[in-house]
Write a protein that binds this ligand. Sequence first.
Ligand SMILES: [Zn+2]
Length: 379
Amino acid sequence: MSEVLDRIWQFQQVSRVELVEHTGLTSGTITNLTAELIELNIIREFEAVSGSVGRRRVMLGLDTNHYRIIGLDIGRATIEIVVVDLNGTIIRTIERDMSDRQGPEQYFEVIGPLLSETKQEIEQAGYVILGLGASVPGPMDYNTGNLLDPPNFPGWSGFPLKRTLEERFGMVTLIEDDARTSAMAERWYGLGRNVQDLVFITMGIGIGGGVVSGGKVSRGTNGLCGQVGHMTIVLDGKICDCGNRGCWETVGSIPGILGRWPGGNSMEQLKEAIKQGDSEALRCMEDTLTYLETALINVYNLYDPEMVVLGGRLYPYLADYLLPVRSHLRSRLYAFAKDRLRIEPSTFGTSQSAVGAAALLFGFLLSEPVRLLSLAEGS
Ligand SMILES: [Zn+2]
């Protein structure tokens, strides 16, 4: 059933005949499995007009009328709650500034009422909630669902996030590092539908990354896979929070960039100074792009992705420079691979990691639909 559902997700609209072709299952099996999925309200039939003769065909796609997923992004300065349907379409989003709050207790004073209200509203409208996904600065212990020691996030070390959310809100709950959920948003709902290998890089206060390899998100032994922000870029550079020296994050994140420019203290000011032709500002941006290119070359040579997706609050300030960055990268890559270079902006902008948190549950639905539905309806 999972295989059939996976194909329906991938193709978005597909006929039973095409499902037989793509899965190698018999038409009888496809008829039975799709009937079960329709019965479970996970997929539904569409009527599509196809071909020059205008013949009507029955197509199958995800049913967006029955289930909702809640995504919660817990960030260092904001929280965001999104409600999505099975296609990842954002139905609702709520964002709150948290820069004057610190630690789980103060955060939950805000998160608690918002999540309860959101849950109630969805249920009153007649939808079934599949669960709650939460993204949070890593690292974390995946066995217990407790946070480890997230840098620049005082008060959260050891916090039992998964258990707290489960107990307080009574929903099936999954948690993941925020850079990795950003990659998952792209994998399940964005550009990754037909891409098996991609690297998502989020650039803001820090620089994080998520690696999708062979269609699966890689965690590594300690949950540190894809920590591209901590690759060494400056050999004798500044000490980083991770303990290493000269990490990309120390020079390429928003604080890293502004730390190299004495002329102001915001990216907006830097952008304006570049526009005015200020030579220090121009040099700061040139260096930023050199670091970015160096980091991207390393990412390409290490992970060999089909696509690199760039997101985060810094991205809009770098978007105008992507053309030269691409051409510099081409000149430094293996000759046979350089024409396949793809760098794309993220699909969900500032909501990326919240949508990705919801995508955790979607991934669960695709792999074990019956189990998730029974858990969701039991909770
Ligand atoms: Zn570091």
